[in-house]
Design a protein around this ligand. Sequence first.
Ligand SMILES: Cc1cc2nc3c(=O)[nH]c(=O)nc-3n(C[C@H](O)[C@H](O)[C@H](O)COP(=O)(O)OP(=O)(O)OC[C@H]3O[C@@H](n4cnc5c(N)ncnc54)[C@H](O)[C@@H]3O)c2cc1C
Ligand code: SF4
Ligand code: SF4
Ligand code: SF4
Length: 442
Amino acid sequence: MRDYDENVDFTNIKFVVDNDLCTCCGTCAGLCPESAIQMMESPGGLLLPRIDTERCTKCRICVLVCPGWKVEKIWPELTDAYKGQALSAFLVHAVDPQSRLESQSAGAVTALCGYLLSCGEVDGVLVTEMPVDGSLRPKPFIARSAEDLKKARGSKYCPTGSNAGLRRVNLEESIALVGLGCHIHGLRRAEMNMPNRVSNVKVAIGLICEGMMGFGSMDYLVEKSGLKRDEVESLRFKNKKFGGWPGDTSVKLFNGEERRVSKKHRLASKFGFGLPRCMLCWDKLNIGADITAGDPWGICNDKEGFNVLIARTEKGNKIVRNAISKGFLVGELLDIEMINRGQNIEVRRKSCSGSLNAWKEMGRLIPEVPFDFKIGNAKFRKKQQKLLNQKLEQVNSGTCEEAFKFGCRCIERARQKKLLSLVFWKKSIHRLIRQLRNIAGF
Ligand SMILES: Cc1cc2nc3c(=O)[nH]c(=O)nc-3n(C[C@H](O)[C@H](O)[C@H](O)COP(=O)(O)OP(=O)(O)OC[C@H]3O[C@@H](n4cnc5c(N)ncnc54)[C@H](O)[C@@H]3O)c2cc1C
Ligand code: SF4
Ligand code: SF4
Ligand code: SF4
């Protein structure tokens, strides 16, 4: 343990939440042997663990599985933590056109899970659905059929606490788990520190992740749809029915009507509701998964959608190839560097290092990561510090209303800054044209 950690109480995961390091992954709640942890919504729009101190026996299992404060070098041969190991990479889409249309990118995750269920490799898959009950709060569940998998389609860019669903898994049944980098880290830490408890998780399918947003982002998108919150049954952050891939946001009313919300509002909501913890996260490419799935950024713009897949383990490689040969996926091999470039991994490397250093300079407990992060330049660290402080203030607001208003103010400020920078560039270009004309003498 590091020397500056001596004042931290490592008895249970309370210190993770208190130090703003929680990723909302739900692993602690899923694996606490006393069921003493509940994932609860915070006023700032996060999903955080709450411990029932009467039940807690201080066994520290939650600390040992929590990826919020620590991720070990789980992969001994790892040389680049941002890219991870890749055995092969693919550009694919689901064979079933309906599934391709209704999924997030092109339905590869749903198709891979369908293949695993159909061949009996697993009995269930831990996935996350957006319920159609007006709650706008995603819920993890175990899908046991192709019909169940349909309910989980689509990305939820908000806290899900998916790994809390491990609590409901019968240890006799084999499962696959679908999750973001932090969910897979929770699983891998559990495999290292309490292997018997998760030995039934046979396959980990990971999603590429740039970061998520607090629940306020959904209130923001509902507001932009012109509807009231209580009129809304469900929301999809990206829906290809509206504009093709990657798709605008859609908001569904209880009467079945669907409203479209421009993607510019979804993009803007990141400025107001993006999580500070995600700025410290290095694992955009979900390097701990057997198979990583993502969008084909920088590779193709087909409106029907495509997926990129990275097979990271022998098991993952076999599953992808079998899913293709058994008619669940259509696909071709891809150069892995095209994915790394398309996902801007070098930008992530810079911004994550800058944020981790900024966090350290703010005197905060830094999460243990399986690599040395570079110091970077002071100006950039200052910029990251400002952004982190702004996001910390938003997620730690005392009430939902305050958190929402604060997030909206951040979006407005970012919009004005962007407008100003556009004016600046426009002026600079005009000045340059004038100078060139003067030189040319006309
Ligand atoms: C927060 C977030 C950020 C992302 N950022 C990027 C990015 O920067 N670049 C990129 O290329 N791709 C990103 N993705 C991944 C991308 O949006 C798709 O999820 C991926 O391409 C799979 O598409 P699909 O059509 O195969 O998924 P589908 O077949 O539609 O299946 C989606 C699966 O994802 C699961 N799921 C959805 N949301 C969550 C969640 N929050 N937590 C756990 N499981 C979930 C569902 O249970 C379902 O099984 C992100 C996804 C999320 C959730
Ligand atoms: S210390 Fe043990 S009993 Fe207490 S919350 Fe953590 S896992 Fe549960
Ligand atoms: S296990 Fe996940 S949800 Fe629990 S404290 Fe750690 S990061 Fe948060
Ligand atoms: S950026 Fe990292 S911590 Fe944030 S949701 Fe994605 S995987 Fe989890």
